[in-house]
Design a binder for this molecule. Structure first.
Ligand code: 5AD
Ligand code: SF4
Length: 442
């Protein structure tokens, strides 16, 4: 390992949107340290911002490390960040000797010191969860596209029996109202027109508002609604138990709050939910959705599902299909259960054979894909706003999002960041096509 201080960097994020956010903040930190993003060529420092949620995601980092070796046999300085770093710590350089830095999701504000240590040829490890939050030590937000992420809450106290998050991200912590509003203003000033509030349990956010009154996520959403320049507000991921009446009302009252709710239920079987320690039943979940739909009839519902949780019977899996049919999802993520070290479910009897899980996942995904396609088809002929986010594959084509988080392709001479009014003219399983009607339709 050459020991010069790196000049260029590349951050590669895996997993959830919170990791994407952390990756952006790491990049900003490295730039504040005078480093530049590597352009096409090879970076002096590569940060792998990893995910530990399922085994496949966690193992990926090791094959990626192997691939960083250059043709001449040299390699960049390698930092493993994110949840694998938190979970495996010193085990990582033992297994992959070329790793120089291991830094957990609550410690990455200390990257500059870790890089300095690694530049002297020493291994650098920091998986602390300091009481003082990293946020205060990070530089202010700078680069931004039209759609920005803003982490408002981290960690989880719910301890679902399959999940590593309480161990990798720690206990539930809410950032302060002031810090969030200040960051939102900085993002808007840098060009963000949409902000997605992020948290592992984002709807568990609590704090004191600008007048010192206790408030929940709905209060934050209402405050952001008053920010000029901001057009759209979203939030993810939510837990059913924290879906307060006030938050549901915000879906009725707040114009900028988009009609989309990601609310995972994981299984349609009450016995399985109990074994997962979800602390809600299917009936509770359905009742919440009923109230949400009353407040905002056009709301799109999204979810997460796990098939093959230990002990899940054929009949219990059928109940998952049943709840999917009841809810009718606009979009959803579904996964085969993956035993995670240190979680209670990993030690449960009756692990479900891989082949059974494969078959269940296929059936569930076929149903969810059909629902998503039907949801997209229902948009045909509808007029809707689209926030243009990126270049499409064809010249003159831009891609943006509808209020319901559908990707919309559009031939236009409008610019990225414009909010345009379109008519939906085609609907595929994964995206829509629109024809422009009006520019800058807020
Ligand atoms: N195995 C499979 N899927 C999991 N998820 C969380 N832990 C596991 C696991 N051990 C899924 C859940 C969660 C999403 C982020 O990942 O559905 O909502
Ligand atoms: Fe993966 Fe969870 Fe960590 Fe996000 S918080 S990167 S989903 S393990």
């Amino acid at each position: 390992m050459k020991s010069a201080k790196p000049q260029t960097y590349h951050v590669k994020s895996f997993g959830c949107q919170m990791n994407v956010y952390d990756g952006e903040r790491m990049a900003e930190l490295l730039e504040a340290e005078g480093m530049r993003a590597a352009q096409g060529g090879e970076a002096d420092l590569v940060v792998l911002n990893t995910c530990h949620i399922r085994e496949k995601a966690a193992e990926k980092v090791y094959s990626d490390i192997g691939r960083l070796k250059r043709e001449d046999g040299s390699r960049p300085m390698i930092a493993v960040a994110g949840c694998v770093a938190q979970a495996e710590g010193a085990e990582i350089p033992r297994r992959a000797a070329s790793v120089d830095i291991v830094v957990g999701p609550q410690a990455y504000h200390r990257l500059p010191q870790l890089i300095a240590t690694a530049s002297q040829g020493k291994k650098a490890l920091d998986t602390d969860m300091p009481v003082q939050s990293k946020f205060g030590a990070l530089p202010a937000r700078r680069r931004q596209g039209p759609s920005a992420f803003l982490t408002v809450q981290e960690g989880c106290d719910k301890f679902c029996t399959y999940c590593v998050v309480p161990y990798t991200r720690g206990a539930e912590v809410s950032r302060s109202w002031q810090a969030i509003i200040e960051e939102a203003k900085a993002l808007i000033g840098a060009g963000a027109r949409e902000i997605t509030l992020l948290g592992q349990n984002v709807n568990a956010w609590t704090g004191l508002d600008d007048r010192g009154r206790p408030c929940g996520l709905d209060g934050l959403i209402r405050a952001l609604d008053r920010e000029p320049g901001l057009e759209r507000i979203r939030y993810t991921t939510s837990h059913p138990n924290d879906m307060t009446a006030a938050l549901i009302e915000a879906h009725r009252d707040v114009g900028k709050l988009m009609p989309f709710l990601h609310l995972p239920v994981q299984s349609g079987s009450d016995r399985v939910l109990q074994a997962m320690n979800r602390s809600h039943r299917t009936a509770d979940y359905l009742a919440i959705l009923e109230r949400v739909r009353e407040a905002r009839p056009d709301i799109a519902i999204s979810g997460d599902f796990i098939v093959g949780f230990p002990g899940e019977s054929d009949a219990e899996f059928e109940e998952t299909l049943k709840i999917v049919k009841r809810v009718n999802y606009a979009q959803a993520y579904s996964f085969k259960y993956s035993p995670r070290p240190g979680t209670p479910a990993a030690d449960m009897d009756q692990q479900v054979p891989a082949q059974v899980m494969d078959e269940r996942l296929q059936r569930l995904q076929a149903l969810l894909n059909e629902q998503q396609h039907a949801f997209n088809r229902a948009a045909m002929g509808r007029r809707t706003s689209v926030l243009l986010e990126r270049q499409g594959r064809r010249p003159g084509q831009l891609i943006g999002k509808s209020p319901w988080l559908q990707s919309v392709h559009l031939e236009t001479d409008a610019m990225i960041g414009d909010l345009v009014e379109v008519e939906i003219v085609a609907a595929g399983p994964n995206s829509l096509s629109g024809a422009e009607i009006m520019r800058n339709a807020a």
